[in-house]
Design a protein around this ligand. Sequence first.
Ligand code: NAD
Length: 320
Amino acid sequence: MLIIPEALIADLLSPQDAFDAVEACFKAMAMAQAYNFPVVREALGEGRQYGFKSGLDRLGGQLGVKAGGYFPGNAARGMINHQSSIFLFDPETGRPQAMVGGNLLTALRTAAASALSIDRLARRDARVLGMVGAGHQAGFQLRAAARVRQFEKVVAWNLHPEMLTNLAAIAADLGLPFQAVTLEQLGAEADVIITITSAPAASVLNAHVRAGTHLACMGTDTKGKQEVEASLLARAAVFTDEVAQSVTIGEAQHAVAAGLLQPQAITTLGDVLIGRHAGRPSENAVTLFDGTGVALQDLAVAAKVVERARAMGLGYEVAV
Ligand code: NAD
């Protein structure tokens, strides 16, 4: 079994690798060649969440699990709040193959999923990117989005405005003008909105969002979280990584519970990628990607890292 610690990951996987790996696994899911097992997610108290996301990709030859969660007290200890490890097993024998640090991989694969949704669903002429959230994941989201559209400006809002300086620095690094705005201004200007917060109630309201906007809602990955008003999902063409997760732990949980959205009305991004669904219905439509984060994304990027590490002689082989 190969152990690949967190510190090695940055040299083993690029944002483009993550984009390609996530695209391949979403396609495999749409072709019923890969599936995610039911998610185990438990509240540990004091806002801590811990769980297991696992799955099998027959096309990619991957079987495994990501164990980890969200620990909001970590930031004060100088650690990021998300902590996870990915374990890969041989799909034929069940033998453990690798244990891979999952923190950077989670950020890269989550950003890749939202960038993929922007690439396939946002208007081609999108010029203003709106960011809602400024925590650890937000910078990765901003960088990945900038790779798929020619944005000319970033507008951003965060409940804790002091955190926006981190995003401003990344925008500057990308050569993009940056402006902290109200949610009303953000909705009025943005062509694409990424939400990446741990909020328990909607920040972005239906009335904030103008026609033709694409939203990538990436923060809601647990029952009880919410970033956008439920009625926005009734108005939008809704896409997701996986419908089962979208209606239970994703942003769609609230609209479905309120009877505003039927699960059958939600399309997987994989269906768009394999050409089974046309994607954006019209220039004026609001499109919304409910990115809940599936195990197969984690397995896909971890498998790429293992392949690279073996080729480069990196990592630590242990007998198990
Ligand atoms: P973080 O703790 O670093 O940042 C949290 C962000 O949420 C900050 O911008 C903070 O200001 C904001 N926030 C906190 N409370 C809020 C509230 N009540 N209303 C509005 N905003 C609030 O977290 P992170 O690592 O950046 O993760 C952000 C979210 O993304 C988390 O909910 C995490 O679980 C989720 N996540 C989802 C995926 C996925 O695949 N969909 C993957 C990783 C993380």
